[in-house]
Design a protein around this ligand. Structure first.
Ligand code: HEC
Length: 373
């Protein structure tokens, strides 16, 4: 079931800053050397007011139902929206896949819908122009044995909302809020952002400050935007954390981009991931306390997304990237996931054929349906 809501109408006449261009040229250097700063600048860019004066820039981008239509046509290709798509929140599919694997359902977020995936035009055009928006097109790509590579300007994000029902006005004022046509309010609680500024994408997750498990298990790390760069996890779960008081440098970023509303002060960068492992070969972890709830201890954005690889039935080897016991993979990818021959591999040999073709870290391809014509 999906839940639809229209975007909130702006009440105050705010001066709409034109969203800064999303260029990439010198981004790669910043993305690798100052990833937290890079990811904040990205947050500010994608949340800048959209030219329509009503939405944030990312809310005008293509969502999954637009990119991967339920009845795709080879001739009538999906078009990038010229108006913000009507919002269609989906159930958190990775949680559902995991619940199916481990045979129990411990969802804290509404299975009726709380998340949405969005992609900018560069990412959308890549998918559509390469006929990857329907299953047969994906199967052709697998048969052609050419691993995908999105253009460097690509941005993919996932947003998670929760109902604001019963929240006191002072609490509610700490969220970016949208309203359903019947007046029900939803607040933004989490935002995953990945960009192709570097070949294996950049990885970041943001959380609303009041998420009770925000820094549980793996802590919070932000060396640019908050005065306390490293927050250790509490001994007990779900106890909450002090606000992530923003630095002057981050405040300036927000002001310069025209983001002056008070609620932005309550968004925190949980962390950035720049590689599968650190310099000491130790696997790195990153998770959002809402979307990765239940597997925060074994969550590595890069390791799990690297498992997005499909065979000639457009199926992946690992459902939602999870191991059969519901844990996530950590560390570097295992080449055995992808190739038709068995390890060990000698990388001096020619590359064997792919049984599961890498889909450049993007999992949403599993949403593609068969073409109707
Ligand atoms: C154990 C596997 C797993 C982990 C860990 C994981 N993801 Fe995902 N992610 C998925 C799956 C599966 C989807 C597609 C289904 C969905 O939307 O839930 C997805 C979707 C996404 C999307 C939408 C674009 C796409 O790839 O389809 C973004 C953006 C994203 N994840 C970012 C992240 C970030 C950032 C992290 C780390 C903080 C992360 N993910 C951790 C499995 C994972």
């Amino acid at each position: 079931m999906s839940l639809r809501f229209a975007s909130m109408v702006c009440l105050a006449a705010v001066a709409v800053a034109t969203a800064p261009a999303l260029t990439h040229a010198d981004d790669a250097e910043l993305a690798l050397n100052s990833p937290d700063q890079f990811n904040w600048s990205l947050f500010v860019k994608v949340n800048a007011p959209a030219p329509d004066g009503k939405n944030r820039l990312w809310e005008t981008w293509a969502d999954n139902p637009t990119t991967f239509p339920s009845r795709p046509s080879r001739t009538d290709k999906p078009k990038f929206p010229t108006q913000a798509p009507q919002r269609a929140l989906e159930a958190v599919s990775q949680q559902i896949l995991r619940a199916a694997l481990i045979g129990r359902n411990r969802l804290r977020i509404s299975p009726d819908g709380s998340e949405e995936v969005r992609r900018n035009q560069a990412s959308f055009d890549f998918i559509v122009n390469n006929n990857l928006y329907f299953r047969e097109g994906i199967v052709d790509a697998v048969k052609a044995q050419k691993p995908l590579s999105f253009p460097p300007e690509s941005i993919e994000l996932k947003a998670v909302w929760k109902p604001m029902d019963g929240l006191a006005p002072a609490q509610r004022a700490r969220y970016y809020v949208n309203k359903t046509p019947d007046g029900r309010e939803f607040g933004l609680v989490g935002l995953h952002i990945m960009t192709k500024a570097v070949p294996n994408w950049t990885w970041a997750t943001f959380e609303q400050a009041d998420n009770v498990a925000r820094c549980d298990i793996i802590g919070c790390r932000d060396h640019f935007g908050t005065e306390k760069a490293d927050v250790k996890p509490n001994d007990m779960p779900n106890k909450g954390y002090p606000e992530c008081k923003h630095t002057a440098a981050l405040d300036k970023m927000f002001t310069d981009a025209g983001l002056r509303e008070g609620f932005w002060a309550f968004y925190c960068l949980k962390g950035s991931q720049i590689d599968f492992a650190d310099q000491s070969a130790w696997g790195t972890r990153l998770a959002n306390s809402i979307t990765e709830d239940g597997f925060v201890d074994t969550s590595s954005c890069m390791s799990c997304h690297s498992r997005s690889a499909l065979n000639t039935s457009a199926k992946s080897k690992f459902s939602g990237g999870f191991n059969p016991d519901g844990t996530g993979p950590l560390g570097y990818p295992d080449p055995g996931t992808f190739f038709a021959t068995k390890p060990p591999f000698k990388f001096t040999d020619p590359r064997p054929p792919y049984q599961f073709l890498p889909m450049d870290f993007v999992w949403s391809f599993t949403k593609a349906r068969s073409a109707v014509q």
